[in-house]
Design a protein around this ligand. Structure first.
Ligand code: HMG
Ligand code: MG
Length: 299
């Protein structure tokens, strides 16, 4: 295998992407315990909540409380998802270490998810990035629907590059490319990545795969071989997007860490502690883990 990174940064999105789609309410104490357990397992970057309109995503309504009450490890980044300046101000008020703005490569998905066009969402992102830069707060940028959209079908790589180039030029330090509905295969993902790499350097890219069609690990391997060294994942494969019907959870962090351990790629995460955390949150939610590794190693 060529070009594999020696080290990968895991961006744990379970407390945000994982829990945002839960039908049942998840109380703040459970969210806090989840974040603390994840960081005890060695997670160094955790998306701990979202400051979006609580009417749109009720599960994230308590993010203020979560940020205020988590016991913070000084070596951990606690990031918050924000759609606009109002969200940014809420994130600053609770001392989020970083914020993430989110756009999509699909017009229809952007409308459903954020009630605006792609260009309007980029303008909102610009406002957040400018305010964050003045406050010395790093900003990560997400792009959803990078290979397929639940409303528009196939998405061309050009559309992804358009948004990626703009977000990077505005000042995002990293662009996370999201296969929101998990339809990509290594072929479509590599084609998309190669196009994006004509406008954005590989050091600034992360990948964010949902495992709806069971393609996530294969797609991650393809991205690693291109040199991407930041992977978003969710403990136990929790999650989905409320505005992408049928989307299952992100790739399970346990499965990613198992694969990277086997490839001698460092993550800093302790697999066994992570598996215990995954079982604990699944017990709280009354469900089975979607991580094959967690099930295999606990059977
Ligand atoms: P809108 O309704 O067009 O907003 O929503 P508005 O500016 O017209 O304001 C309407 C009301 O919302 C006002 O309150 C605002 O104050 C309030 P009112 O006057 O009616 O009482 N409001 C807010 N309240 C709290 N926090 C805020 C905020 N902003 C406005 N930040 C908006 C536009 C973008 C806010 C809305 O569409 C929204 O919140 N969308 C969020 C959707 C979401 O969270 N989706 C899931 C996350 S994205 C994802 O999961 C994909 C990802 O994982 C990658 C991948 O997998 O692809 C990242
Ligand atoms: Mg997602």
């Amino acid at each position: 295998m060529t070009k594999l990174p020696k080290k990968v940064r895991i961006v744990e999105v379970g407390p945000r992407d994982g829990l945002q789609n839960e039908k049942q309410p998840v109380d703040t104490d459970t969210k806090i315990q989840l974040i603390e357990r994840l960081t005890q397992a060695g997670i160094q970057y955790c998306e701990a909540g979202a400051f979006v309109n609580p009417k749109w995503v009720p599960q994230m309504a308590g993010s203020d409380d979560v940020f205020n009450r988590i016991a913070r490890d000084p070596n951990v980044v606690y990031a918050a998802l924000v759609p606009n300046l109002k969200g940014f101000e809420r994130a600053v008020a609770v001392n989020a270490s970083e914020v993430a703005v989110f756009c999509a490569a699909s017009e229809a998905f952007t409308q459903k998810n954020t009630n605006c066009s792609i260009d309007q969402s980029l303008e909102r992102a610009r406002d957040v990035i400018n305010a964050a830069s003045a406050a010395n707060i790093p900003v990560r940028g997400y792009i959803s629907c990078v290979v397929g959209c639940p409303y528009e079908g196939e998405i061309t790589p050009e559309k992804v590059s358009y948004v990626a180039e703009k977000l990077l030029a505005m000042g995002c330090y990293e662009i996370s490319l999201g296969d929101t509905i998990g339809v990509g295969t290594p072929a479509s993902v590599v084609a998309m990545l190669q196009h994006v790499l004509t406008v954005v350097p590989v050091e600034t890219l992360a990948v964010h795969f949902h495992d709806t069609y069971g393609q996530a690990l294969a797609n991650i391997l393809a991205a690693l071989q291109i040199g991407v060294a930041v992977i978003d994942s969710s403990v136990s494969g929790l999650g989905g997007c409320p505005y992408a019907k049928g989307a299952t959870g992100n790739v399970a962090t346990e499965d990613v860490v198992y694969m990277l351990n086997g490839m001698d790629i460092e993550t800093g995460v302790d697999l066994q502690t992570l598996i215990t955390t995954g079982h604990w949150i699944c017990d709280q939610l009354g469900r089975q883990s979607a991580s094959k590794v967690a099930r295999a190693l606990s059977g």
